[in-house]
Design a protein around this ligand. Structure first.
Ligand SMILES: [Zn+2]
Ligand SMILES: [Zn+2]
Length: 347
């Protein structure tokens, strides 16, 4: 089968190549991938700028959905033909404290699709039955392939920190996670969402503004974001800042733009060392949260919200292309011309 494989520890060492089909094991199912969305992480693997190491060679892709093509021994609840969205925690130990308390996404032995084990930019993926979710009738594969990034945000904004109705939420970094954060914060009752980005984010910021996910957009190349947020909030500062960019200036803007006793959540990864004083945490009595991944209940919640049309995954999709178009799709995401590109390995 054809697959998009990262084959070396360097930039641009990704290609479409033939690989053997995976083998089904007891307790797993074989999924025929219908759609797999391109993540910022896939671009970082392509350009070799990831914050975390990856094994090579590896088939990329972790945001996916499909149809069950084969059911392994010991799997009773799933049948051939079932439409499924699949979580990214391909392997976990099942025995550690995190696994036993339901937070298996932070299992120290977790290996995720697309960097730790072979992922979904190909025809077939094997998945253990515990990480499957039924795609509700009426929800298409294009939309369902975006469940994962919405779960990242659902987890961040419902487990470590909550949006409180009436909040002014500042979202820094208008990539897909930032734009999804605007949608989620509004859904959770934010009075205002303020999306902060740079000059090369203007296309994505205008998507968020046009669709009313962001009430305000701030281009830091033209406007001082802290000053603008102070004005928008009539001197108070934002209640919550969501750092979806991950670099030092973004984190600094998050800390400076929230009010006293404000909250900051860091979703974005960044390879740069942190090089500023943390005394602002004391001066303003701030709380900073970290977040990682998502687990079972986030998936069920997001699929329900998609089906109820309370979230809008389709609005993020800039194009759907077959596997052979991967390079152009990656390029469009890399250049920020696209918000989300989706690959269709079945075409
Ligand atoms: Zn992703
Ligand atoms: Zn574990």
């Amino acid at each position: 089968m054809k697959a998009i494989v990262k084959y070396g520890q360097g930039p641009d060492m990704v290609e479409l190549r033939d690989v053997p089909e995976p083998k089904i094991r007891p307790g797993t199912v074989m999924i025929e991938v219908q759609r797999a969305a391109v993540c910022g992480w896939d671009i970082e693997m392509w350009k070799h700028t990831m914050a975390n190491p990856v094994k090579v060679p590896v088939i990329q892709g972790h945001e996916f959905c499909g149809v069950i093509a084969e059911v392994g021994d010991g799997v009773r609840d799933w049948q051939v033909g079932d439409r499924v969205a699949c979580e990214t925690s391909a392997e976990v130990c099942g025995k550690c404290y995190s696994c036993r308390t339901g937070d298996y996404q932070v299992c120290p032995e977790r290996r995720g699709y697309g960097y730790g084990v072979d992922g979904a930019f190909t025809r077939y993926v094997v998945a253990r039955k515990e990480i499957l979710h039924r795609i509700p009738a009426g929800l298409g594969f294009d939309e369902a392939s975006l469940t994962e990034p919405f779960c990242v945000v659902h987890h961040a904004l419902s487990d470590p920190v909550k949006v409180i109705p009436g909040d002014t939420s500042v979202i820094i970094g208008p990539g897909p996670i930032g734009i999804i954060s605007c949608q989620m914060a509004r859904l959770m009752g934010a009075a205002r969402t303020v999306l902060v980005g740079m000059q090369n984010d203007v296309n994505r910021m205008s998507v968020a503004k046009t669709r009313n996910w962001a009430d305000f957009t701030i281009n830091v190349s033209e406007t001082d974001p802290v000053k603008a947020i102070t004005e928008i909030t009539e001197g108070k500062g934002a209640d919550l800042a969501i750092d979806c960019a991950g670099n030092t200036p973004a984190f600094s803007t998050a800390l400076e733009s929230v009010r006293r006793n404000g909250r900051v959540v860091k979703i974005g990864w960044g390879p740069k060392p942190f090089n500023q004083s943390l005394d602002v945490l004391l001066r303003k009595s701030l709380t900073v949260y970290g977040t990682f991944g998502h687990n079972w209940h986030n998936w069920e919640a997001v699929l329900g919200l998609f089906t109820a049309k309370r979230l809008d995954p389709a609005g993020l999709i800039s194009g759907v292309v077959p596997l052979a178009g991967w390079h152009e799709a990656f390029e469009k995401v890399h250049s920020t011309q696209a918000v989300k590109m989706v690959l269709a390995p079945n075409q």
